[in-house]
Write a protein that binds this ligand. Structure first.
Ligand code: PMP
Ligand code: GLU
Length: 397
């Protein structure tokens, strides 16, 4: 094998995707695996959205699009920001990308110099950390705890900011904890950041439609911070469109121009067919996602009830997204067939092997005492998965 770049060698594989890969490999061998590791709705993309894509093919909308996306889509996103988030982003303050993943990578690569510090409230979504490493930035985690519903305070942000701080990245509703920051909490954080003109916020709002308690607020709603915020969103989660790969940002124009420059060299405009589908999704009345959300809500309650019956698994009640993030450190130091469980990663592998259930270790999200369970699957699947996990955990002595 040849020599890989240092950059690549520093990079870790996405743990969410790695567990999904492992469970697909086992399934291919005929093992009956239940995959609760990936965060993607199990629903199909709504018909009306699929029809828009079919029409795009028939209408030969199959050539390169402008790098930042079709004008009609940017226009639809601009209206959506106004309709749902109280945000004024004109179309030329919007860039459409190949998934919110690319949107976030574009911004990090545009703003972070080697050695710049990027604040990451933990638990954080897996890919933020690796993208920061790729940009040669220094991730600085800010810790939270289950007792506080995994929220960090403005005071903690204040204490973490140094003259090297360039960015803070967080998601609300949060992957992996489902945490939602209230308007007051966001205002306090915004006030701290506003004291530092050269510190920016990536506000990842991709789970905004999947909320059971409370209300989604965009931090860019506060005028005094808007010029320092990049609002990220996409159609993957809210519209069951993970495979279509459409994400977007609303941001100050100079950041938009930088992202267009990067994207113009890496990928050009996102898939034209997906853009047409996304336009239809984004213009649908917000009510259209409600039914999906109600189903997720029922599943969350079911999962929490089921977990409650397992000794040593403690969870809070996540108000959004479709994950539960329980503490499982009770099982550390226990053994099965001579193998000791030393970490959440060991427990994840044990559950995959013994219960044939794939979940994700909390280490990947910066919280080593927890695991992440996705409940984007049917109630029957959840019941079967948790029953299997319970039996497996009983074997640990
Ligand atoms: N942000 C968060 C918090 C996520 O969970 C995901 C899920 N993949 C993404 C961004 C990226 O979404 P996508 O690239 O599918 O738009
Ligand atoms: N965001 C999802 C998750 O956290 C999808 C997988 C990924 O893109 O990493 O599971």
């Amino acid at each position: 094998m040849g020599t890989l770049s240092d950059r690549l060698n520093r990079l870790s594989e996405s743990q969410t995707l790695a567990m999904t890969r492992k469970s697909r490999e086992l399934s291919a061998k005929g093992v009956d695996v239940i995959n609760l590791s990936i965060g993607e709705p199990d629903f199909d993309t709504p018909e009306v959205i699929k029809n828009a894509a079919k029409a795009a093919i028939d209408d030969n909308i199959t050539h390169y699009s402008p790098v930042p996306g079709f004008p009609e889509l940017r226009d639809a996103i601009s209206k959506k920001f106004q309709r749902d988030n109280n945000l004024e982003y004109p179309p030329d303050h919007i860039v459409v990308s190949t998934g919110a993943k690319q949107s976030i990578a574009n911004v990090i690569l545009s703003l972070v110099n080697p050695g710049d510090e990027v604040l990451l409230p933990a638990p954080y979504w897996v890919s933020y950390l690796e993208m920061i490493k790729l940009a040669e930035g220094t991730p600085i985690t800010i810790s939270s705890s289950i007792e506080n519903d995994f929220k960090i305070s403005a005071e903690q942000v204040k204490n973490a900011i140094t003259d090297k701080t360039r960015l803070i990245i967080f998601s609300s509703p949060c992957n992996p904890t489902g945490t939602i920051y209230s308007k007051d909490e966001l205002r306090e954080i915004a006030q701290v950041v506003a004291e530092h003109n050269d510190v920016y916020i990536i506000s990842d709002e991709i789970y905004e439609h999947i909320i059971y308690e409370g209300k989604h607020v965009s931090i860019a709603e506060f005028d005094f911070i808007k010029e320092q915020v990049i609002t990220v969103n996409g159609v993957s989660k809210g519209f069951a469109m993970t495979g279509w790969r459409i994400g977007y940002i609303g941001a100050p124009e100079w950041i938009v121009k930088a992202c267009i420059k990067i994207q113009g060299q890496f990928t050009s405009g996102a898939s034209t067919i997906s853009q047409k589908a996304a336009e239809t999704a984004i213009l649908m009345p917000p009510k259209s996602t409600e039914e999906m959300c109600q189903i997720f809500h029922k599943r969350r309650d079911l999962l929490l009830d089921l977990l409650n019956e397992i000794p040593g698994v403690t969870s809070n009640t996540p108000p959004g997204a479709f994950y539960v993030f329980p503490n499982i450190s009770f099982y550390f130091g226990k053994n099965y067939e001579g193998e000791e469980i030393k970490s959440a990663g060991d427990l994840a592998m044990f559950l995959l092997k013994e219960a044939n259930v794939a979940i994700v270790t909390g280490e990947a999200f910066g919280e080593p005492n927890h695991i992440r369970i996705s409940y984007a699957c049917s109630e029957e699947t959840l019941k079967e998965a948790i029953a299997r996990i319970k039996v497996a955990l009983e074997k640990l002595k």
